[in-house]
Write a protein that binds this ligand. Structure first.
Ligand SMILES: Cc1cc2nc3c(=O)[nH]c(=O)nc-3n(C[C@H](O)[C@H](O)[C@H](O)COP(=O)(O)OP(=O)(O)OC[C@H]3O[C@@H](n4cnc5c(N)ncnc54)[C@H](O)[C@@H]3O)c2cc1C
Length: 498
């Protein structure tokens, strides 16, 4: 059975004001998708006085950044980090009152262990202006020769001179660009890819120079503290689900979980005429009907003046009404890339630091998740974050176990002889959009040609790779566009930062 709820009826406080408004129904919104982009858009719209319904297909909020229970353990689907330059994500943490659930380094410090040589190096910063702040750690970096270290400085300066607004950068691959600037294969592996694979989810050769330049310029070459690393000190679900839900409830957003949007239809009248014709955003429209499946044979029809689609690109393509984008098939050409997480519970402590990066091994980054997972009993819980994991994402657990336990013994000598209490993996096959050269031309902005319909998601044109920062920014971009059309103020200056 399908029930119908209009936004003003369904909406919380403030919605009733629309009853006498000639633009009845316009100050109502449905946000489809409860990942970081959708939650952000819902909060921003609600904060401006719009009556919002958020509809999420899964039984929880948080999208791709979530946690789940495994026995007594809280497990993150994948290790998530942010940098101090991720101003929008930190705005989000403040908005959902979750700042107390993250840790942010006082000063960038990444221990890098080379399993082939047994040497430990560090990437860190000192109290000097950019780019000198990285100079001392680069000079001491043991994983590169003196000549290679000198070449890094020259490439960094060339990178710094790039204009991020130049669309030509998107058509060039980062690996070729680095090679042309004298970066050896070893320099790319031991330095550029160390950072780039984790942030872009692709090697330099597979990455758009535009996206790589965004990461390195913003993170390493803008402010001295920009690359200080932060991570959740609690299960991701405590932030992106529990606290986000509390913030949405407090803002009066109606949240529907297990509620998959299955159709989006312009309401009859003006909207029908404009949805496929691109007749301009100033044409009055009657709004949208969003069909939502809430269980077998059950559903709701939501109506609203504004709709924000904050779902992945494939789902967006399938929900978009005809004519909403000039070339909707472009969305299907945005590829995806996997991330594998390998979880190991040892019977003792084998890693002293919060995290470690590895070279000379398939192991990429190892994080200590003992405290945040709630593990008790004196053991240690390590999560290996393996980006750009195309070759491993479908391997059986037993094979991954055979591969990774010996590798961990090479990377973490203290794990030799330690007992393994549990070993499991989490696989995210479509963890991010693939940051391949040319992807920039495929990513749409927040506005569509259909009045009142906006797009959000880390895959939209934020300038950022697929990150929590990009997701939050996309939600803010979409809501800012919507609010400006509605004539409502949007007071978040955070978009101008970074
Ligand atoms: C393993 C892993 C590690 C990562 N590591 C990092 C990291 O270290 N740092 C970082 O910044 N980023 C990281 N990311 C990327 C980051 O998690 C994402 O970019 C971000 O969370 C995407 O948010 P989003 O809201 O754009 O999309 P999503 O999270 O995909 O949210 C979309 C939501 O829409 C819902 N949905 C889909 N279809 C419908 C429908 N028809 N109706 C209703 N709801 C629907 C989905 O269930 C989902 O909840 C990582 C991602 C993964 C998977």
């Amino acid at each position: 059975m399908t029930t119908t709820r209009s936004g003003p009826e369904a909406g919380p406080a403030g919605a009733a004001d629309d009853g006498g408004d000639p633009a009845h129904g316009r100050r109502t919104a449905v946000v489809v998708g409860g990942g970081l982009a959708g939650v952000t858009a819902a909060l921003a719209l609600a904060d401006a006085g719009v009556a919002v319904t958020l509809t999420e297909a899964r039984p929880r909020l948080g999208g791709l950044a979530f946690s789940f229970r495994r026995g007594d353990l809280n497990v993150d689907n994948g290790q998530h980090v942010f940098l101090r330059c991720c101003t929008a994500y930190q705005w989000f943490l403040d908005r959902i009152a979750a700042r107390d659930l993250v840790t942010l380094q006082d000063r960038l410090d990444v221990p890098v262990f080379d399993a082939a040589t047994g040497r430990l190096g560090r990437i860190g910063r000192v109290a000097l202006p950019v780019p000198l702040h990285l100079g001392p750690s680069l000079l001491r970096y043991p994983h590169l020769s003196v000549r290679e270290r000198a070449s890094v400085g020259r490439a960094a300066l060339a990178l710094r001179a790039l204009d991020l607004d130049d669309p030509a950068l998107d058509r060039i691959d980062f690996g070729s660009w680095l090679a042309k600037r004298g970066q050896s294969a070893r320099t790319i592996e031991a330095l550029w890819d160390l950072v780039g694979v984790a942030t872009l989810n692709a090697t330099a050769g597979e990455s758009s120079l535009g996206l790589a330049a965004k990461v390195f310029k913003t993170g390493l070459l803008s402010e001295p503290g920009a690359a200080d690393i932060g991570w959740a000190a609690a299960p991701l679900g405590d932030l992106h689900d529990v606290r986000a839900r509390a913030a949405l409830d407090a803002a009066g957003v109606r949240v529907l979980l297990r509620a998959r949007a299955t159709g989006l239809t312009p309401l009859t009248g003006d909207a029908e005429a404009t949805a496929d014709g691109g007749t301009g955003r100033d044409v009055a429209h009657a709004g949208w009907r969003v069909d939502v499946e809430t269980g077998p044979g059950r559903g709701e029809q939501l109506t609203a003046g504004t709709v924000v689609l904050a779902v992945p690109q494939q789902e967006t393509h399938d929900l978009l009404p005809a004519g909403a984008l000039a070339e909707p098939e472009k969305l299907l050409r945005i590829g995806t890339a996997p991330i594998l997480n390998v979880h190991v519970i040892y019977d003792r402590q084998v890693l002293e630091q919060p995290f470690l990066a590895a070279l000379g091994s398939p192991v990429q980054f190892v994080f200590d998740r003992t405290k945040s997972s709630g593990l008790t009993g004196g053991g240690q819980y390590l999560a290996l974050s393996q980006s750009a994991a195309q070759d491993e994402i479908d391997l059986p657990v037993a094979e991954l176990r055979r591969r990774y336990l010996p590798e961990l013994e090479r990377v973490l000598p203290a794990s030799r002889g330690a007992g393994v209490r549990d070993f499991f993996v989490t696989r995210e096959r479509t963890a991010t959009f693939a940051p391949t050269p040319g992807v920039g031309a495929l990513r749409p902005g927040p506005a569509t040609r259909a009045p009142g319909l906006y797009l959000a998601g880390s895959w939209t044109a934020t300038g950022w790779p697929a990150t929590m920062e990009g997701a939050v920014r996309s939600g803010l971009h979409a809501s800012r566009q919507a609010l400006s059309v509605l004539g409502l103020p949007c007071e978040y200056g955070v978009l101008e930062a970074a």
